[in-house]
Design a protein around this ligand. Structure first.
Ligand code: PSV
Ligand code: MN
Length: 388
C-alpha cells in the first residue's frame, strides 16, 4: 500500500460538497440541452446526489441555491436528505436573476434595492437555521460595463455596509463565505473581482467571514495555488468552488482541463493544513454538465478530486523541505513531480473495496440502471435548469 496511516486518515475524512444545480439542465447562453431523467425538483436533485455519495463515499452534503431550491418546509427537506444519507450544506444566495438588480444589488445606489438584496440574504439565513447549514455563500454579480458608468469607490462603501448588515444577522456558528470573480456578468468592473477585494471585505467583517475560491474565476495564467497558500496562511480560505476551465468560467469537470493545476492547488492545501481534521475549508464543486450525463459527471468529479488529493498527500514533505533548504532546485522539483506522476487509481480502488464501495463507481453507476429508471419515472413536470 502506497498510503501511510496519515494519508489514509485524510482520505477517509475527505468530503466534497455537491452543487444541487449540477443535477439540473445547463448550457450556455446559446442553448440549454434537456436530457431524459433530469431532476425536476430539489428532492430529485438530492436523490441524484445521494447516488453519487452511495457509490463513492465522498459526497455527504449538497449545496442549495436560493431561490432555485426553495421549498415551503426546509426542515422537512433536511429530514428527507438525511433519509437519503446526505445532508444539506452551503446555502448560496442569488441576486443575479431579478430585473431590480440590473445596476447592482448589495451595491445599488437605491437604498430600496439594497435592502431588498439584504432581505434576500436574511431569508437565506432563515433557511440555514431550518437546514442546519453553516455557510452562507455570496457570489455577487454586481459590476459595470462602461468606464464612468458608476462610482467604483462608492460601490465598495455600499458593499461594505450591506455585507455588515448580513454578517451581523448570522448565528454564532454560521459563516459568511464571499466569492470573487474577475468578470461576468459585467465586463468593465466587478465589485468583488479578486481575492484581495474579497479578503479586504471579510477581514473587516470578522472571524466568521471567509473567502471562497472558485477555480474558474481568475485571469488566464493566474497562479491559483499561490492564492490558496496565502489565504490558508491568513486563515481566510473558507471554501473552494471546484471546476476546470480552458478559457474563462467554463464550469467543466474539475481536473479535466488541467490536472496538474489541480495537483498544485491541492499540494498547497496539504501544505497549509487544509486536509487536517478540523480544517475550515469546505471543498465544493461548482459545475454545469451541459452535454455529459450529470450523475456520472459528478461521480467523475469527486473521483478526480480524490485522486489529486491522494497524489498531493504523497509529496514527500521531509525530503522536499530538505531539498528546498539545501537549495537543490532540481531535486525539489523532482520530488514534487514524482508525487504528481504517481498513479493512485489502483490503491484508491482498493481503498473503496475495503469500505464496501465499488472499485469503479462510474461502471457501478452505469450498471445500476439508476439513469434508465430516472428517465422512465421522471415524466411530466418541468426539468430543473440553471436559472429555473
Ligand atoms: C458564479 O459564476 C458562480 O461561480 C457562483 O458560485 C454562482 O452561485 C454559481 O456560479 C452558479 O453556478
Ligand atoms: Mn462559483
Amino acid at each position: 500500500m502506497i498510503f501511510d496511516q496519515a494519508i489514509l486518515a485524510a482520505l477517509t475524512r475527505q468530503a466534497i460538497e455537491l452543487p444541487s444545480w449540477a443535477f439540473g439542465n445547463a448550457g450556455t447562453r446559446f442553448k440549454v440541452f434537456a436530457t431524459p431523467g433530469t431532476a425536476r425538483t430539489v428532492e430529485e436533485k438530492l436523490a441524484d446526489a445521494a447516488q453519487v455519495h452511495r457509490l463513492t463515499g465522498l459526497a455527504p452534503s449538497v449545496a442549495l441555491h436560493i431561490p432555485w431550491d426553495r421549498v415551503d418546509d426546509f426542515g422537512k427537506l433536511a429530514a428527507y436528505a438525511d433519509d437519503l444519507g446526505v445532508r444539506l450544506g452551503t446555502i448560496n444566495s442569488n441576486t443575479f436573476q431579478d430585473d431590480d438588480y440590473k445596476l447592482g444589488s448589495l451595491t445599488h445606489t437605491d437604498p430600496r434595492i439594497r435592502q431588498k438584496a439584504i432581505d434576500h440574504h436574511y431569508a437565506c439565513i432563515d433557511v440555514m437555521h431550518a437546514t442546519g447549514s453553516g455557510d452562507l455563500k455570496i457570489w455577487l454579480p454586481d459590476g459595470t460595463n462602461y468606464p464612468g458608468q458608476a462610482d467604483i469607490r462608492g460601490r465598495q462603501d455600499r458593499l461594505a455596509e450591506s455585507l455588515r448588515a448580513i454578517y451581523d444577522r448570522l448565528g454564532a456558528n454560521q459563516r459568511l463565505v464571499l466569492e470573487y470573480k474577475i468578470f461576468e456578468p459585467y465586463f468593465y468592473t466587478m465589485d468583488v473581482p479578486d481575492w484581495g477585494t474579497a479578503l479586504a471585505h471579510v477581514t473587516a467583517l470578522g472571524d466568521r467571514a471567509v473567502v471562497c475560491l472558485d477555480t474558474g474565476h481568475h485571469a488566464p495564467s493566474t497562479n491559483v495555488e499561490f492564492i490558496v497558500a496565502q489565504l490558508l496562511r491568513l486563515g481566510r480560505l473558507g471554501a473552494f468552488d471546484f471546476n476546470s476551465r480552458f478559457y474563462a468560467d467554463d464550469d467543466l469537470i474539475v481536473g479535466a482541463a488541467d490536472p496538474f493545476q489541480l495537483f498544485r492547488i491541492l499540494a498547497e492545501v496539504a501544505r497549509g493544513g487544509g486536509f487536517d481534521q478540523h480544517s475550515p475549508v469546505n471543498f465544493m464543486l461548482d459545475q454545469c454538465h451541459n452535454i455529459e450525463d450529470k450523475v456520472t459527471g459528478q461521480i467523475r468529479s469527486v473521483l478526480n478530486v480524490q485522486e489529486m488529493t491522494a497524489r498531493a498527500l504523497l509529496v514527500d514533505r521531509a525530503a522536499l523541505t530538505a531539498a528546498q533548504e539545501a537549495g537543490d532546485v532540481l531535486e525539489a522539483n523532482r520530488i514534487f513531480m514524482d508525487a504528481f506522476y504517481t498513479d493512485v487509481r489502483g490503491p484508491l480502488a482498493d481503498w473503496r473495496e475495503e469500505r464496501g464501495l465499488p472499485r469503479d463507481p462510474v461502471a457501478a453507476h452505469r450498471a445500476s440502471g439508476y439513469g434508465e429508471q430516472a428517465a422512465r419515472e421522471r415524466l411530466g413536470g418541468t426539468q430543473a435548469g440553471w436559472g429555473a
